[in-house]
Design a protein around this ligand. Structure first.
Ligand SMILES: Cc1cc2nc3c(=O)[nH]c(=O)nc-3n(C[C@H](O)[C@H](O)[C@H](O)COP(=O)(O)OP(=O)(O)OC[C@H]3O[C@@H](n4cnc5c(N)ncnc54)[C@H](O)[C@@H]3O)c2cc1C
Length: 218
């Protein structure tokens, strides 16, 4: 679900950061921001519904247009850093991990990033890949931006690259020395890829990651 909140007071954030959304009964969950500050007075989120997930099911089934939510300040270091405009960027996301990466890609392109920007989005099933047309259109408009949607499950879908997004991404570059790497989504993918990117030459200070941990029991 694409959730867009508008706010009245000034809200400052970097594309790619996350906030904590709080329901009226106090239940709080973290969600990544999918838009850029240039799209003023709104915050966009991509919320995946988990079976019996308390917050995500509530957003999908009950949250209505016009209701108010409490929003924390923007958090996290997984965002685009202006400068080093020619540095190659590798972005890997699974599921709704695409949300912060879309913000980062748009921010980088808007700020004139000239180095290659490669985005890999992975899912097991075709239904988990979303905004495919929009991302393909963006890739057609910007020569330095490549977008590769990947399917890890057993599907005969010629449209998408077969394999796990992080495997496809890492095998596409001979070395990641000098690259900046962004990883978002499934915690196992994020933690594994962090290590693999480092072993492939990326400096630890150039690896930015948000693992979408769930808060069982809270
Ligand atoms: C920094 C950060 C950023 C995040 N950004 C996003 C985002 O942009 N979009 C987004 O959708 N989520 C995001 N999350 C996850 C989000 O915060 C919630 O944890 C998620 O929405 C589940 O909350 P819930 O209340 O619906 O589920 P809960 O009621 O908390 O239940 C979670 C339960 O679901 C189980 N579970 C976990 N994954 C699955 C699965 N794939 N299938 C079935 N069961 C599962 C867990 O074991 C747990 O028992 C982010 C998390 C973090 C830490």
């Amino acid at each position: 679900m694409r959730l867009v909140l508008s706010f009245e007071d000034e809200f400052s954030f970097y594309a790619g950061q996350f906030v904590n959304l709080k329901r009226p009964d106090g239940l709080t969950r973290s969600y990544s921001i999918a838009n850029t500050p240039a799209q003023s007075n709104t915050l966009e989120f991509h919320i995946k519904r988990l079976p019996n997930g308390r917050f995500s099911s509530w957003v999908h089934e009950e949250l209505a247009v016009g209701e108010k939510l409490s929003v924390s300040e923007a958090k996290g270091a997984c965002h685009y850093l202006p400068g080093k405009y020619d540095q190659p960027l590798l972005l890997v996301g699974t599921g709704s991990g695409l949300a912060p990466l879309i913000g980062i890609v748009n921010d980088a392109l808007n700020k004139g990033h000239s180095g290659p920007i490669r985005l890999y989005h992975g899912s097991r099933d075709p239904e988990g890949l979303y905004l495919v047309d929009e991302m393909q259109a963006l890739a057609e408009n910007f020569e330095n931006f490549d977008y590769t949607p990947c399917l890890s499950g057993e599907h005969d879908c010629e449209e998408f690259t077969k394999g796990r997004a992080h495997d496809v991404a890492l095998s596409s570059a001979e070395t990641l020395s000098g690259w900046r790497v962004y990883l978002c989504g499934h915690p196992e993918m994020v933690n594994q890829t962090k290590m693999m990117a480092y072993l492939k030459g990326a400096s630890l200070s150039d690896i930015y990651a948000d693992a979408f941990y769930t808060a069982a029991g809270k």
